[in-house]
Design a protein around this ligand. Structure first.
Ligand SMILES: Cc1cc2nc3c(=O)[nH]c(=O)nc-3n(C[C@H](O)[C@H](O)[C@H](O)COP(=O)(O)OP(=O)(O)OC[C@H]3O[C@@H](n4cnc5c(N)ncnc54)[C@H](O)[C@@H]3O)c2cc1C
Length: 403
C-alpha cells in the first residue's frame, strides 16, 4: 500500500508504528490528545528482550538503550525473608516519560508529523478512506486509521460500540524514587518482595536513586478521582502499615522517598472480539492491555507496531493487512494477558495461599529456569525483511516455543 495512515496516540505503540510505517514507505501522521509534555504518564517500566529486539527492527533500539538501566535478572523473596527464586533476564528498566519522549523525538527526527492537542472523538469509514474527527472540531482524512490510543481507546469503541470494558484486577499501583540509600542487592536487578499484605518491587540504579513500586491489593475499584485524592503522606502512612511486619528494605526505601506517586488501578483485557474493520485497526493497550505483572505491555505494543507496519507494507488492501495482523498476534497476546493475570493474582494471596506459594515457588522457579518455560514469551523475533502472508504464516517470526 502507498497510503496516508492516521495514527492515533503518541504513547509507545503510536510513535513506533509511525516510524515503522515510514520505514515501510507509507505516510503516517500522528495525533496525540495531550500537549507536548509527558507528565502524568506513570513511573517506570521494564522492557523485555522481545520488545527491545522489535525496536531494533526499525532502528529504535539504540536511543532507547541509552535510557534507564539494564535489568539482568529478577530475584524474589518472601516478607519472612525466605529466598524464593532467581531468574536471569535480558531487559531494560526505563522511566515512562523518558521512553515516550525519546520515541516521539525519534519519530520527528525521521520526518513524522506529530499533531498535539488532537483527541479523537469520532471516525467514519468511507469507500475511499477514513475521516477522523477531533475534540477541537478539526478533522483529518487518510486511507487507514491505527488506534494506538491506550487502555481507554476511543478507536476501539468506534470499531465496536459493544466492545467489552477493561477488567479491573484487584491491585493498586504506587511507587517512587528513593534518594541517598543503597539497599542490599545488585544494581539493575528486579528485586521483588512478596510481603504478608502487599507486594513490593525495587531496582537499584547503578549511579542514582532506588526505583520502587508497591501493589496494595484492593477488591474495590476506586475511581481515578478517589486515587488522585490520596496524598503522598497518606500513601506513606498506608504503606508503612502494610509492610510493618515484613523483612526487607521497604520501610527504609519509603522513608527515603520525597514524593510518592499518585496511585492508579490495574486493568487488562482477556479478549477483545473485534480488532478492526476494513479501514481501522487497534493495537497496543487498546486491544490487549495486560497486567503490569507480565512485564510485557510495552513490549507487546512495540511488536504490534512493527508487525502492523509490515502487514500494511505487504498487502495491497487494508482488510487483508488487518486480517493478517490479527492472525499473527491474537494467540500470543491473549496468552501473555493470561500469564500476567496469574502472576498478578499471586501478589494478593491471603496467608494460607501465601504459605503454600512460599513452599512451592522455589522449586517452580528452578523448573521454569531449567525448562525455559517462558521462552515462548521472550524468544519472539521479528524479521523485518520477511514478507507477511494473508494466512498469517509465521515466516516473519522466529518464536521459541508456541507463538
Ligand atoms: C503501573 C504500570 C506499570 C507498568 N509496567 C510495565 C512494565 O514493567 N513493562 C511493560 O512492558 N509494560 C508495563 N506497563 C504497561 C505499558 O505502560 C503499556 O502496556 C504501554 O504503555 C502501552 O502502550 P500504548 O502505546 O498501547 O498505550 P499508551 O502508552 O497508554 O499510549 C496511549 C496514548 O494515546 C493517547 N490517547 C488516548 N486517547 C486518545 C484519543 N482519543 N485521541 C488521541 N490520543 C489519545 C494517550 O494520551 C497516550 O499518549 C505498565 C503499565 C502500568 C499502568
Amino acid at each position: 500500500m502507498d497510503s496516508k495512515v492516521l495514527v492515533i496516540g503518541g504513547g509507545i505503540a503510536g510513535p513506533v508504528t509511525a516510524v515503522a510505517l515510514q520505514q515501510a514507505g507509507l505516510q503516517p501522521v500522528l495525533y496525540e490528545a495531550y500537549g507536548r509534555g509527558s507528565d502524568g504518564i506513570g513511573a517506570f517500566l521494564t522492557l523485555a528482550v522481545n520488545g527491545i529486539d522489535a525496536l531494533g527492527a526499525v532502528g529504535l533500539r539504540e536511543p532507547v538503550e541509552r535510557l534507564g538501566m539494564e535489568t539482568p535478572g529478577m530475584t524474589m523473596v518472601s516478607g519472612r525473608g525466605k529466598h524464593l527464586g532467581t531468574l536471569p533476564m535480558q531487559a531494560r528498566t526505563v522511566s515512562r516519560s523518558d521512553l515516550y519522549q525519546v520515541l516521539r523525538d525519534e519519530a520527528v527526527r525521521r520526518g513524522v508529523v506529530i499533531e498535539y492537542g488532537k483527541r479523537l472523538v469520532d471516525a467514519e469509514t468511507r469507500d475511499s478512506g477514513v475521516r477522523a474527527v477531533f475534540s477541537d472540531g478539526t478533522s483529518a482524512e487518510g486511507d487507514v486509521l491505527v488506534g494506538a490510543d491506550g487502555l481507554r481507546s476511543r478507536a476501539r469503541s468506534i470499531i465496536d460500540p459493544g466492545a467489552p470494558p477493561a477488567r479491573h484486577i484487584g491491585l493498586l499501583n504506587t511507587g517512587g524514587y528513593a534518594r541517598g540509600l543503597r539497599p542490599a542487592g545488585d544494581p539493575g536487578v528486579a528485586h521483588f518482595v512478596f510481603g504478608r499484605r502487599c507486594f513490593f518491587g525495587y531496582f537499584i540504579h547503578p549511579d542514582d536513586d532506588v526505583w520502587w513500586f508497591a501493589n496494595p491489593p484492593s477488591r474495590r475499584e476506586p475511581t481515578r478521582e478517589q486515587l488522585v485524592a490520596i496524598a503522598s503522606e497518606q500513601w506513606r502512612a498506608r504503606l508503612v502499615d502494610l509492610f510493618a511486619d515484613d523483612q526487607g528494605p521497604m520501610l527504609d526505601i519509603i522513608a527515603a522517598t520525597d514524593e510518592i506517586f499518585p496511585g492508579w488501578n490495574t486493568y487488562d483485557f482477556p479478549s477483545v472480539p473485534r480488532w478492526h474493520d476494513d479501514r481501522m485497526v487497534i493495537i497496543g493497550d487498546a486491544v490487549h492491555a495486560t497486567s503490569p505483572s507480565s512485564g510485557q505491555g510495552a513490549s507487546l505494543a512495540i511488536e504490534d507496531a512493527v508487525l502492523l507496519a509490515m502487514c500494511l507494507r505487504d498487502h495491497t488492501d487494508s482488510p487483508a493487512a488487518f486480517r493478517t495482523f490479527e492472525a499473527l498476534r491474537r494467540d500470543r497476546v491473549e496468552r501473555v494477558v493470561k500469564h500476567g493475570k496469574r502472576s498478578g493474582d499471586g501478589k494478593a494471596d491471603g496467608p494460607v495461599k501465601a504459605r503454600i506459594r512460599d513452599l512451592v515457588l522455589p522449586a517452580l522457579m528452578r523448573r521454569m529456569t531449567a525448562k525455559g518455560s517462558l521462552d515462548w514469551m521472550f524468544d519472539y523475533r521479528i524479521d523485518w525483511d520477511a514478507s507477511v502472508s494473508e494466512t498469517g504464516s509465521a515466516t516473519t517470526v522466529r518464536a521459541g516455543g508456541r507463538p
